[in-house]
Design a protein. Structure first.
Length: 466
């Protein structure tokens, strides 16, 4: 495609904009990248501190146990739901046991689960082999022993079991209460049906996305997609802008972390994200015109971005599956080697699993579906991408694009709080969004796709913890 070719729906009234090159120095770009890498290191260090791998054995903190129990609860409800639907659960015995063997509290939860999926006798045999350490674990083991032998607990003991084992304690107690048992089974059936429905809809979406992604690659290969030529000598200014953005966002969030905000903490985080938009003033201060920025960053947005964003979201799904498979393989390798690791999870997911109010859920959806798509697309697929695409002007176009897509996607993935095992998944999403920005020349479709991706994830999370 020639330099003057237009993207569908782009608002270019007089062809491409070419600002006179503003003052620019190599060292300013170098300093900008040093700042960016320093801040990335700070983020990685912070994430590492807050996500230390859980020590093996029973001596774990209450918070770690509670978080793990939320993960186990979802799996357990799924298995119980499948059995309630008439599917044989005995074939999954080894799979179930492997998921509940890391800590003492998981082993106690497994006892309650086996009583439902197999028999009280099997559960009692499992209970005999558990070594408890804390008084609370010993108390729960004794109470489980009484329940499995058909004894009825008084209210205080029953509450103590639920306080320690959560849903699993309720599952164990339901063996002696028909009404409670029916409620637990209904809850589990909803979880199983919901997960199966999500899987089926996801498979349809993946097939559609694979077709759309293949068509996009085919069109790009044969030159049917008008790829923009990001020209000019001002790419370094966008590196400076990205450094300003990261400094603003991390600086505000650090200052906010010095105080306790309770249920307003997510609102403070959202405010920090929106405040970081001030960084977009930096290119103007450095001499770039607004039309030049609009062209470079892909800021023109139109109604066609909505269907394009939906198509882009569907195209994300096949890459998402690839990234997920890579993550699962890495986890399997670490497990085989006996290396401890922290399963990928977002603090928002742990917050929701612990029980979030409607106000907190509202903040979660605003950040995930509004603030993050707008701000992250503007700075990662807009500012950072505009800088990276100008690196290596003598390189072939394909090489420049591949470098910009890979570098921006990797940086996007590593600074997220899910941990390094989530990098393949997050990179795959970011790759699809970067290619959307490349092939449309605009950010609108990527923002829509980003918002859809996060909205679906939040809806699934809400379904699973409801």
């Amino acid at each position: 495609a020639s330099e003057a070719c237009q993207h569908p729906g782009s608002a270019r009234r007089e062809g491409r904009v070419h600002d006179p090159a503003p003052p620019h120095f190599f060292y300013s770009t170098l300093v900008a990248w040093l700042v960016i890498l320093l801040l990335v290191g700070v983020v990685l260090a912070r994430n590492s501190i807050t996500r230390q791998p859980a020590a093996s054995g029973p001596a774990k903190s209450h918070e770690s146990r509670r978080s793990l129990q939320a993960d186990q609860k979802l799996q357990a409800r799924y298995f119980v739901g499948l059995k309630s639907l008439g599917l044989n659960s005995s074939a999954w015995s080894d799979q179930i046991r492997s998921k509940f063997q890391t800590t003492t509290i998981q082993q106690l939860a497994l006892v309650a689960l086996l009583a439902e999926l197999d028999s009280p006798e099997t559960a009692l045999a499992e209970l005999v082999g558990i070594e408890t350490v804390t008084d609370q674990e010993t108390q729960s083991a004794d109470l489980l022993n009484l329940v499995l032998q058909g004894e009825t607990l008084d209210d205080d003991d029953a509450q103590a079991l639920v306080d320690h084992l959560g849903w699993f304690g309720k599952l164990a107690l339901s063996q002696a209460d028909e009404a409670t048992h029916e409620a637990v089974l209904s809850e589990s059936i909803r979880t199983a049906v919901g997960l199966i429905a999500v899987f089926l809809v996801g498979m349809i979406g993946i097939l559609l996305g694979l077709a759309l992604a293949s068509g996009a690659v085919f069109a790009a290969y044969f030159g049917w997609v008008a790829v923009p030529k990001l020209d000019g000598d001002h790419g370094g200014i966008y590196a400076e802008t990205f450094a300003v953005y990261m400094s603003l966002f991390l600086g505000v969030t650090f200052l906010a972390s010095l105080s306790s905000w309770g249920e307003w903490s997510l609102s403070i985080n959202a405010a920090a994200m929106l405040l970081s938009l001030v960084a977009l003033a930096w290119p103007r201060l450095r001499g770039l015109s607004w039309p030049q920025m609009e062209q470079d960053l892909g800021l023109s947005i139109g109604w066609l971005d909505i269907p394009a964003g939906l198509a882009a979201y569907l195209s994300v799904l096949p890459l998402l599956v690839v990234g997920l498979c890579v993550t699962l393989v890495l986890m399997a390798i670490l497990g085989r080697l006996g290396i401890e690791y922290h399963s990928p999870s977002h603090p928002v997911g742990e917050l929701a699993a612990a029980g979030a109010s409607s106000w907190v859920w509202g903040q979660i959806f605003f950040i995930a579906c509004v603030a993050a798509p707008v701000v992250e697309e503007l700075f990662f697929r807009g500012v950072l991408y505009a800088h990276l695409r100008r690196i290596g002007p003598s390189w072939p176009m394909g090489a420049r694009t591949a470098f910009a897509v890979a570098a921006s996607s990797f940086l996007f993935a590593v600074i997220h709080p899910q941990g390094w095992l989530a990098v393949p998944v997050l990179s795959s999403i970011a790759t699809a969004l970067a290619l959307t920005r490349e092939w449309t020349g605009r950010l609108g479709a990527g923002m829509i796709a980003h918002a859809l991706n996060n909205a679906v994830a939040m809806l699934i999370l809400m379904l699973l913890v409801a």
